[in-house]
Design a protein around this ligand. Structure first.
Ligand SMILES: NC(=O)C1=CN([C@@H]2O[C@H](COP(=O)(O)OP(=O)(O)OC[C@H]3O[C@@H](n4cnc5c(N)ncnc54)[C@H](OP(=O)(O)O)[C@@H]3O)[C@@H](O)[C@H]2O)C=CC1
Ligand SMILES: CC(C)(CO)C(=O)C(=O)O
Length: 312
């Protein structure tokens, strides 16, 4: 499938770079500065001391407008504040048979994208731990990754199978979900909980678990996020809740989240998309969320110090 990766940051650069290495036909929609960087330096993925340079094909929005052939697959890997701009930019890349898969965290983007691209859209979740570094390279902090995709109505179609085959890259688990909306909510509960704990503790899940009352704090924070999901009609199954409970209280765990990594590196965070939206839904459904609110306040204060423009 001819694939367009939208945004060559921590997610798009990593997934797209691995797809190129696996021999897929991939272009990267990037802004002019990133295009220049990728042409000069190539895309670099760094794991520990190992750095791999990958020759990639960047394309800017102006050049994309000239494209006559739509892409088969478009992977959206920008942050929410860039979504409306890229939705305009990809118009010429999306034809009647194009499939779009978003990897953004949270749920707000789904409504926006469905309104614009309707049936072209699949749901998606991605679990990797990567970040752009100061050289513009992509650092992977934990090995492997998981991708879940699915039709929003839960049906099993040939196009979803084809996308899954295209995304099958080494060290990645790729699964087709019969309930991708539920899977996205589950990931949202996870990322909000891990993001809140690790941002407030300024450390890893393991660091927080080792603090006095750390495990209890993590348990109650998970309870808040899971209760909002349940009140919104997307309650976690008992095994899913138990697995998350283990994940967020794991002693010795090196897990962080993109929220806390960005907090630590002085970059603006996606607080509104990951925590703000969940808090708003908590208020709307009468679920108290004091720990999520405390984390959001910390991250909003950080954003105010580190951004000149609001996130959304
Ligand atoms: N990092 C992670 O481990 C994970 C992140 N996610 C989610 O994935 C999404 C993307 O995050 P992440 O990759 O970390 O973010 P990054 O900031 O690393 O990457 C976003 C990229 O989007 C690019 N971009 C911004 N505007 C445009 C535009 N108009 N056209 C083309 N490119 C553009 C930026 O490029 P530039 O500014 O250089 O132009 C940047 O390289 C987020 O919603 C995040 O929550 C999901 C799973 C894991
Ligand atoms: C899976 C996880 C928690 C990895 O960092 C993530 O999605 C994120 O940080 O945004």
């Amino acid at each position: 499938m001819k694939t367009l990766i939208v945004g060559a940051g921590a997610v798009g650069g990593f997934v797209g770079g691995r797809l190129v290495q696996a021999g897929r036909e991939v272009d990267f929609l990037v802004r002019p500065g990133r295009a220049e960087h990728l042409r000069q330096r190539g895309l670099h993925i760094v794991e520990g001391n190992r750095s791999e340079g990958i020759a990639v094909n960047p394309i800017t929005a102006d050049a994309l407008k000239e494209t006559e052939e739509p892409y088969d697959l478009v992977l959206l890997s920008v942050k929410p504040d860039a979504l409306s701009a890229v939705m305009d930019d990809i118009t010429s890349a999306v034809g009647s048979a194009t499939v779009l898969v978003p990897f953004l965290n949270g749920m707000a983007h789904l409504e926006e994208l469905t309104g614009r691209f309707g049936k072209s859209l699949l749901g998606g979740t991605l679990r990797i731990v990567t970040q752009l570094d100061d050289n513009g390279d992509i650092r992977q902090y934990l090995p492997g990754g998981q991708i879940e995709i699915g039709e929003l109505d839960g049906s099993r179609t040939s196009r979803v199978e084809e996308v899954a085959r295209t995304l099958a890259i080494p060290d990645f688990d790729v699964a087709v979900s019969a309930d991708i909306v539920g899977a996205m909510w589950q990931k949202w509960v996870m990322i909000a909980t891990v993001g809140a704990i690790t941002s407030l503790a300024r450390g890893t899940i393991g660091d927080a678990a080792a603090l006095t009352d750390g495990e209890r704090f993590a348990t109650v924070t998970l309870e808040e996020a899971a209760s909002v999901a349940a009140a919104s009609g997307h309650g976690l199954s008992e095994p899913a809740h138990a697995a998350l409970q283990e994940l967020v209280t794991a002693t010795g765990s090196g897990m962080t989240s993109s929220l806390s990594r960005e907090l630590a590196s002085g970059r603006p965070t996606e607080v509104e998309n990951v925590l703000g939206d969940l808090i708003r839904r908590g208020h709307a459904t009468g679920v108290p969320v004091p720990r999520l609110e405390a984390a959001a306040l910390t991250l909003r204060a950080h954003n105010q110090r580190h951004t000149t423009a609001p996130e959304n």
